[in-house]
Design a protein around this ligand. Sequence first.
Ligand code: MN
Length: 196
Amino acid sequence: MKDIMPVSGQFAMPELGYDNLGDIISKETLSFHYGKHLKAYVDNLNKLLPGSGLEGKSLVEVVKKAEGGMFNNAGQVLNHTMYFEQFSNSPRQMGAKLKGMLERDFGSVDAFKKEFEQKGTTLFGSGWVWLSMDKDGKLVITQQKNAENPVTMGLTPLLTFDVWEHAYYLDYQNRRADHLAALWQIVDWTVIESRL
Ligand code: MN
């Protein structure tokens, strides 16, 4: 996966390769989720960095070492950066390598998607469902609470769906499962494979 370094002591908002995601995530949700929620996490993290002892560290290093409010904000910056960067309104298809890995570890790509959606739907409260690769190269799905990221468990995160209500409530209200099922249409699999 790509790590992120601060520039002049500050982490930046990720740049998006799109200004809309069709009907899957509305422009209104995008403007709140990216423009307000993520912006606040980035601003809070940058305010907490000076004097923390973690100045100049990469974002992954900060997530691994920070605690409390600093962990929450750094985790959310990393999680949302990976989330927003994995989508496209002209997404590229999955290649043979990742397809083979998913078939090996879940039986089929469809079985993987079903389990991923199910784990996202059944995560109680706020958090993230992740596909990661472990140190042996095996793919695993984890449910993570709040701002957690699989890097703290020694995993390599590949794909994530945000199940905080702010990710879908304007478009889908309480229908989290419908939102998660729709997200596959905008996943750019070339980005996911670049994180292997
Ligand atoms: Mn979010």
